[in-house]
Design a protein around this ligand. Sequence first.
Ligand code: MOS
Length: 755
Amino acid sequence: MAEAARDLFGQPATRVDGPAKVTGAAKYGSDEPLSNPAYACLVTSAVARGRVTGFDLAEARSTAGVLDILTHENVAGLAKPIPPIGGGGSSTTTLESDQVWHDGQIIAIVLADTLEAAQEGAARVGVRYAAETPSATFDSPGAESEPAKSEGKPKPLPSVGDAGSAFAAAAVKIDQRYSTPTQHHNPIELFTTSCAWDGPNLTIYEPTQSMWGLKAAVAKQLGIDAANVRTISRYVGGAFGSRGSVTTRTAWIAVAAKRLGRPVKLVPTRAQGFTIVTYRAETRHRLRLGANRDGRLTALQHEGWEVSSRPTAYNVAGVETTARMYACPNIATAVTVVHADRNTPGFMRAPPDTPYMFALESAMDELAYALEMDPIELRRINDTQVDPVSGHPFSSRSLMACFDRAAERFGWSRRNPRPTSMSDGDWQIGWGCATSTYPSNIGPAAARLSLQGDGTALLQLAGHEIGTGAYTVCALTAAHALGLPIEAVRVELGDSALPPMPGAGGSNNAASGASVVAKACEEARARLASAAVADRAGPFFQHDPGSLRLSDGHLVADGAREPLPAALRRVTNGALEIHAENIPEGLPPDSLAKLYKGEMTLLRGTSRKDVTAYAFGAHLVEVKVHRLTREIRTSRVVSAFAAGTLVNPLTAYSQFMGGAIWGLSSALHEATEIDPASARYINTNLADYLIPVNADVPSLEVIMVAEDDERVNPLGIKGIGEIGIVGMNAAVANAVFHATGVRIRDLPIRAEKLL
Ligand code: MOS
């Protein structure tokens, strides 16, 4: 069954939700109509560290239309602090006390009859602070370091052999430091929340990557039963991790709605989105690579430093990935968290892998030059089918197939290896490459499948459409498994009243969702088959039920065939409802119970413990750097990926391409600037926060390398949402070095760094 399902995938399908999206029929969180809503406007802290000593609210309260103002003085204790994310201590809080943890922290919420009145009232709120000098980032006085922890204990990190001695003895050595900047999400849909109470029942409309997680967390904060909370998030206008963590705003909007006895709607500003949700923190790295003269790695030491908030030790520890990239007998890793007066960081597309692979893949390029070896050949020499940390095989690993396909398409064999050797008029040309990778994750999931008397199917699950094509993935999977045209499958996602899916993070959604949908369809087939073979009057009497299958809208067996509606008439009411649950092999049995409790229970790697599972890819990049102005243009990109089964190659192509473009952004454009004195973000708008536009990406080609992975999970799905971004920053930096002879180790690469 699994093999057959794998074979069925692979036909490109346009998005089933495409028409709704382009006609405006798709409802995003703040599109949901509310009856007589009040509007909320946030007041955020103007200092990064200290205390609020008092508010002057008279003017704000007397503003026409203002209904109420929430501060810690009148609501502290009504919502408990949210549980911390990613291990570590307690999270930062808002409206709990007079304490200010970071610039831009929510310190008051003004509620009014109209948005304009709320905004005016908020502008009139006076705040008195006892401000202290904040620590902004690395090297700021007062920033405090500690080794990365997980649930309060030192985080176990990869370590193999004796890397220190091996490095000391290595014939060729690289010892360099790299850094990546702060980055903020800026999805087009803002971080909105609407809350409405109906007696004891709370409905939350909020773009989220974790509907059941949000429901459970807000219930816990408010001290109410999760059964009374419903979250609705039918479409999400950009997520990428920014909607993966519960933030403090949601519970306070629920509190506000309760106090007013009417629904409350919050649409924060773009700038507020920099401080009221999570972001990618700046990182630093020291990479030591030791190798033999033939290029084989003998030592790999990767130390990382990451910034977090004062009370929370959030960290991504991407050494888990870099330690596994290449065959190496001696590996040492370490991660240090540096606490500063900042909001708590969190997930952002390939959170660990994007910064850590920049360091490793830059260092690998430096090693290739030190060895006078082609950088692709260096990766070939160190390629491995065995995870060097665990000793287990990779479920599948097609890294070199990706490099070879991309290199052929790119014309890599024409590369002159010498830096500054290639040019076109006043433009220096550089060709660079890097490895891409991302772990394959899967979680438990549940789904409801209803086969209707007319031969159509309704599929319902609390899946997340974060732009990735989740509606289409579910529809395709059911259409394949039920032998129906995709138009005959209706999909409902985005409502916590439906059976739970794990949070849409870690690129698990296609694997988790398609697996449970396939299981529901198989259960439906089995029920129809067992009823059919027991029916003396039907065409399948005494057939082997296992031999009956669903195809072309029919139940079929050798020499027998019956339309689906006729087959359905043998079961209750001529319709069939299946509630399916799937616990992937390798996950503990209680993971399903945790899913219903809103806890994320992802399996990193694979459904088998004796195998390591990652998807792999290769980025090849051409840059042009102007001799005089040092303007940097990306002129050509070819990226190849092997990520197991692609449920829908059409949306997969877009995912890979979007990821690769974000990688270019990470290399050349993106950075949040922080004022070191005030610990305040400066470029908190889409004009000053640089991202690539079409003119920055003239030619980008994606090659999808076929890969059939029988070990990662029964459907062979590795996940594709995050791999596209990983390594691209290094590929560009390596190309810039090849063009100019200047090695940029601190992102982003900007013209001024090449002067
Ligand atoms: Mo992702 S950063 O797990 O949405």
